[in-house]
Design a protein around this ligand. Structure first.
Ligand SMILES: [Zn+2]
Length: 295
């Protein structure tokens, strides 16, 4: 009898401790930043922090790496967080080895990770990082990094191993996003096509692309192929949400971007999405923006 009560008590503790279970306590999210070829990164960090806080699901800390070169003091305690969001970008210095190892153990052990826009440019020679993001670009990425993955006009996934650089984009424009899996918690309830606010449309991303699912694509005006826009990756026991969208402030003011970021972060943290689609979500014909006032 005693043993039984003990087990029930443990089960209750386990439920309360599970991220998102009770919903009474917000989850802890961490945004890491500090080196990004996009000069607006301090603003986009504020925008992402605000987007997460406004869900009521998260409290958000920001840890900023030194602006140039390696930073031996960059040692976030990843284990304290349900999810980590990267606002690093192209050319970011490698994190200290101990920090890389801690981050690998964190995600493989069940932590959530979210990579936004140029975060998929970072760390081209860090194998575990490339496994987490599934696909990346620039930083000498090429066929050795893995296949160029896209969808053809029939919606079939193509893994193109032919030689060539990874990562490219054309001029910025407002482009349609085509949902490829409406059954996933991140995309559930979205219109099959919605118009994203002006952004860079990354193409020719390459990577290991293992345990990866493409939830949405956009047709590039450079490659005329359907390039992945919403990506999820299972990495060990962890979940990764990756979107190459989000170049400029205005791109991140898109209600479509805000929604996929909020939902993708909750999914990476818990494997579920409790957020309803907002009433001002874009349609196939019309973009929708929420101007950010917190600069
Ligand atoms: Zn960009």
């Amino acid at each position: 009898m005693m043993r039984c009560a003990w087990m029930v008590a443990w089960a209750v503790v386990g439920l309360l401790a599970a991220p998102g279970a009770g919903a009474a306590e917000p989850m802890r999210a961490l945004i890491v930043d500090g080196q990004n070829n996009h000069g607006n990164w301090p603003t986009t960090t504020k925008m992402m922090k605000s987007a997460l806080e406004e869900t009521g699901l998260f409290t958000v800390d920001v840890i900023t790496h030194a602006p140039q070169g390696p930073d031996p003091s960059f040692r976030p305690d990843f284990a304290r967080y349900a999810v980590v969001v990267s606002n690093f970008g192209h050319g970011a210095a490698d994190w200290p080895e101990e920090t890389r190892k801690a981050f690998e153990a964190y995600v493989a052990g069940g932590g959530g990770f979210v990579a936004v826009h140029a975060a998929d440019n970072s760390f081209p020679s860090w194998p575990a990082y490339n496994e987490m993001i599934g696909l990346g670009g620039w930083g000498s990425r090429d066929e050795r990094s893995g296949p160029y993955v896209y969808l053809d006009d029939e919606g079939r996934t193509v893994r193109d191993d032919s030689p060539g650089p990874g990562g490219n984009h054309g001029a910025q424009w407002a482009f349609p996003v085509i949902v490829r899996d409406s059954g996933h918690p991140i995309t559930a309830g979205m219109p099959p096509v919605w118009l994203h606010v002006k952004d860079e449309l990354y193409d020719k991303l390459r990577g290991p692309a293992r345990n990866m699912q493409i939830l949405a694509t956009s047709r590039s005006d450079v490659t005329h192929r359907h390039e992945p826009m919403l990506i999820v990756v299972d990495h060990g026991k962890g979940r990764v949400f990756h979107t190459p969208m989000g170049h400029a402030d205005e791109s991140q003011e898109c209600v479509g971007f805000i929604t996929v970021f909020q939902r993708g972060t909750e999914w990476a943290a818990t494997g579920k999405v409790t957020q309803k689609l907002p009433d001002d979500f874009p349609s196939a014909e019309r973009t929708s923006s929420r101007p950010f006032g917190g600069r």
